[in-house]
Design a protein around this ligand. Structure first.
Ligand code: C2O
Ligand code: CU
Length: 419
């Protein structure tokens, strides 16, 4: 048991806590990444935070929800020390959308043991992807993230110029975050709004008062984005959109589900009737980089009875089974893998593969016609069929799951394994 606990990166077991390892699985050993250039410490603890003037019981990193914003520049080596004060269920850090080496991915029971009260774990990885990402606990992830154990990770190519704002949207104890803020801009100033959906359900975002472009989705820059006006975007659970514009003379406002969350001056707008951008047809097309597929698999999402436990329960299923009974999908290093997701259920499933970005090939048989979309989170709506592909270039054992975290915990989670 102890051997399994010490194979993770820098895990230390405090004398007063000597938990048994969850099972005999051997966790991947950390590989060297060089001297850290950016160091952070995140301490998870129960806390009371204020939302809309009301005290809310939360689980917080460093006493705040969201946790501290971690920023880095491409080339930095990040070192993040995670400590757990009193979250009994345990905590990990998963770098959502950041394709870190497997040993840093923060999935308890798969890449490391959960960090229990009194313990710590040190994460180290090189910041080689620019863009907007986030981190969150992956232990008891539904309650853990909902209670507040998440934060923003931004990696820039060069230091920020102009107005560069992060906007993680979250529902904490039934109250909507972020609280509205106003920040004036100078006309002509470049503005980048980094929108993150850290909830388990889709949100609708509308930017009023300016033309704008979608510069990036899920951390990946789009090619040739065109200007949009009076158009909403819908961001799946876990997803990120970066919107850019040049500040106009008049006020600009960002509305989330009709609620004003950010503005540059007094603004009102009725945005509910605006069309919603379809990212599969946005921006300039480019040829699909994959000439062949070495491997294919299909995931059929549904709802069903899980008879695995002591009591039967309703589960969210993949190919008729629920976690932990879903067989892993196995790939080999270097393969180009295509997989199809079929949603036979009546609810949307925001899909998320760890450790890789997937290229969207088609939805309901319609090829993606716009800028290549390399996503890590995408909504598969009831009845839809998505075809996606990825390059198997990041060896390890990876979670592949629905990012409605209640669904993931009710069975909709499988593993992608390299053999
Ligand atoms: Cu953002 Cu497996 O999670
Ligand atoms: Cu789901």
């Amino acid at each position: 048991a102890v051997a399994a606990l010490v194979t993770g990166t820098g895990l230390t077991v405090a004398p007063r806590a000597a938990p048994a390892a969850p099972h005999t699985h051997t966790y991947p050993a950390a590989r060297p990444v060089g001297e850290p250039t950016k160091r952070f410490t995140l301490t998870a603890a129960k806390a009371t935070v204020t939302v809309g003037g009301h005290p809310v019981a939360a689980w917080a990193f460093n006493g705040q929800v969201p946790g501290p914003e971690l920023t880095a520049t491409v080339g930095d080596v990040l070192e993040v020390t995670l400590r757990n004060t009193d979250i009994e269920r345990g905590v990990t850090l998963h770098w959502h959308g950041y394709d870190v080496p497997n040993d840093q991915d923060g999935v308890p029971g798969l890449t490391q043991p959960a960090v229990l009260p009194g313990q710590q774990f040190v994460y180290r990885f090189r910041a080689d992807q620019a863009g907007t990402y986030w981190y969150h606990t992956h232990e008891a992830s539904d309650v853990g993230v909902r209670m507040g154990l998440y934060g923003v990770l931004v990696v820039r190519k060069t230091p920020a110029t102009g107005v560069d704002v992060t906007m993680p949207v979250h529902t904490l104890a039934g109250r909507a975050l972020p609280e509205p803020r106003t920040a004036p801009t100078r006309p002509g100033e470049p503005v980048r709004l980094r929108l993150l959906n850290t909830d388990s359900t889709t949100h609708r975002y509308a930017l009023a008062g300016t033309a704008f472009q979608v510069a990036a989705i899920d951390g990946t820059d789009l090619t040739g984005p065109t200007s949009l006006v009076d158009t909403a975007v819908r961001i799946p659970a876990g997803g990120r959109y970066d919107l850019v514009f040049s500040a106009p003379a008049g006020p600009v406002g960002l509305f989330v589900d009709g609620r004003l969350v950010w503005s540059t001056g007094p603004v009102t707008a009725e945005t509910s009737g605006w069309p919603v951008l379809d990212p599969l047809g946005y921006g300039a097309a480019a040829p699909v980089p994959f000439a062949r597929f070495d491997r294919r698999f299909t995931l059929v999402l549904d709802r069903g009875l899980d008879l695995h436990g002591l009591l039967p329960r309703y589960a969210h299923t993949v190919n008729g089974a629920a976690d932990p009974d879903i067989p892993p999908e196995v790939v080999h290093l270097g393969e180009i893998v295509k997989f199809t997701i079929v949603n036979r259920s009546l609810v949307v499933h925001p899909w998320h593969l760890h450790g890789h970005h997937v290229l969207i090939l088609s939805r309901d048989g319609q090829p993606a016609s716009g800028s290549p979309l390399w996503l890590d989170s995408f909504d598969v709506r009831p009845g839809e069929v998505w075809e996606v592909a990825f390059r198997a270039d990041n060896p390890g054992a990876w979670a592949n799951h629905c990012h409605n975290l209640a669904h993931a915990e009710a069975g909709m989670m499988l593993h992608l394994m390299y053999s």
